[in-house]
Design a protein around this ligand. Structure first.
Ligand code: DGY
Length: 432
């Protein structure tokens, strides 16, 4: 195991650039929001300074309104599409003047990442000192979400683009694509020059992705206009669970810092969100959490690894957690499967090779590992960890993995980018 951990550290060190990490070479040559956060957890185990720098750089790109972009384009390179010139986030009056970025965000992991860094730290006073310098920025980010992304004041925030979900081409979005008919855009894909096209989204899916951005651009990325007009407007259980988990971490950290000025507000957001989450996003019949299409006012009744992520934010009751784990084991946890496929393996939309349409992702496994342990499902948590180690050991530090065990015989069941940072970072954390 030591050798695997050493290799993981090498992956992280190689992907660390000038104050931030890239997710992997060529395919993702910039800084990504939730990647950065999860990478910092890995670095915290062996180079706290780099973990701090990662977060510092990320927060340095925060906008005047508290928004944190999903990609920060630190360098000029044409190996990625769509780049800064397509996104034109500078159209927003409060965008960063210092960095080019996208005008969309990603799951807000920063709050709980800070708490993880504190947990891991061997010099807690020094880490707390660092946290003190950045925590208000994370608070401002939560303030942005709760005040700008919740038009009906429900306690649940929306995402307006599939790239904001992090689960980019999930089959769940197919229902939304069915409600849209974007033009066929003329553009040159870069991702498929680095990775087999069979493992990436289709051209038509990209038309949808670009179209939503065009609408946001037309309105200078105004949150109000996006809420009114974006054809994609979804309450996502993974995204909202990350926000709730981060929110709890902010409460815990402000307590540690002895700063009580923001705790009441955070607690109000927290109570309202958890209640709304349990009332609106839990599907009794499926026995897990689902997405809600706010634009078309309809639940999207599909099981995915996001359905179980609320465990790691302590959202379900014990009884619900038990039911969720039963469902997960029945549908995703058969002996022939590695835990945990990103989409329901019993569905006809399942594709074990294609990005978020079925493969296993280590970031979701890490969340499940944490959540299962918290609720006392120790054995299943251990299996999630062991499955993750096994897949990485057999194939390398890939972006995602085939969920079918039989495919892992000759070390070719790792897909997408190789030497992928969060795969390495979260393996280090699970092994510690
Ligand atoms: C991509 O380019 O596929 C990225 O995941 C978008 O965030």
């Amino acid at each position: 195991m030591k050798a695997l951990k050493d290799r993981a550290q090498t992956v992280l060190i190689n992907n660390f650039k000038d104050g931030f990490s890239i997710p992997c070479a060529k395919l993702y040559p910039f800084q990504w929001f939730w990647d950065s956060g999860l990478i910092a957890i890995g670095f915290a185990h062996f180079e706290m300074e780099k973990a701090e720098l990662e977060i510092k750089t990320l927060l340095d790109a925060q906008w005047g309104n508290g928004f944190i972009p999903h990609i920060i384009f630190h360098t000029d390179t044409d190996t990625y599409f769509p780049g800064a010139d397509f996104h034109r986030s500078d159209l927003h009056p409060e965008s960063s003047k210092k960095y080019k970025s996208t005008g969309m965000t990603q799951p807000p992991v920063t709050g709980f990442v800070l708490e993880e860094m504190y947990r891991i730290s061997k010099d807690k006073p020094a880490t707390l000192k660092f946290i003190k310098t950045v925590i208000d920025k994370v608070y401002d980010n939560h303030n942005y979400f709760f005040t700008q992304r919740d038009p009906q004041k429900e306690g649940l925030v929306y995402i307006y683009h599939n790239w904001e979900s992090g689960t980019d081409n999930s089959p769940i979005w197919d229902d939304i694509w069915d409600t849209m008919n974007p033009p066929e855009y003329n553009f040159e894909r870069r991702d498929t020059t680095h990775v087999d096209a069979a493992q990436r989204p289709s051209k038509r899916e990209y038309d949808h992705y670009l179209h939503i951005i065009e609408i946001a651009k037309e309105h200078n990325y105004s949150d109000e206009k996006i809420a009114e007009l974006s054809p994609f407007l979804v309450q996502d259980p993974l995204f909202n669970a990350m926000l709730i988990k981060s929110n709890q971490s902010l409460i815990n950290l402000y307590e540690l810092l002895g700063d009580h000025t923001k705790i009441e507000q955070l607690q109000q957001w927290q109570n309202k969100s958890i209640k709304a989450f349990n009332e609106k996003l839990y599907d009794e019949e499926l026995g897990a959490y689902i997405h809600y299409d706010l634009r078309n006012e309809k639940p999207l009744r599909y099981l995915s690894s996001s359905s179980f992520a609320p465990l790691c934010a302590s959202i379900p009751s014990e009884a619900r957690a038990k039911k969720m784990v039963e469902v997960m084991m029945e549908k995703f946890g058969g002996e022939e499967q590695y835990l945990c496929a990103s989409f329901d393996p019993t569905s006809e939309r399942f594709n074990p090779k294609k990005y978020w349409r079925g493969p296993v992702w280590i970031n979701l496994n890490w969340m499940l590992f944490k959540g299962l342990k918290q609720y006392g499902f120790t054995e299943i948590a251990e299996r999630v960890k062991q499955d993750s180690v096994d897949m990485i050991d057999k194939n390398g530090f890939y972006e995602y993995f085939d969920s079918r065990k039989e495919m892992h015989k000759d070390g070719t069941a790792g897909y997408g980018g190789n030497d992928f940072s969060w795969t390495a970072a979260l393996l280090i954390d699970m092994l510690n």
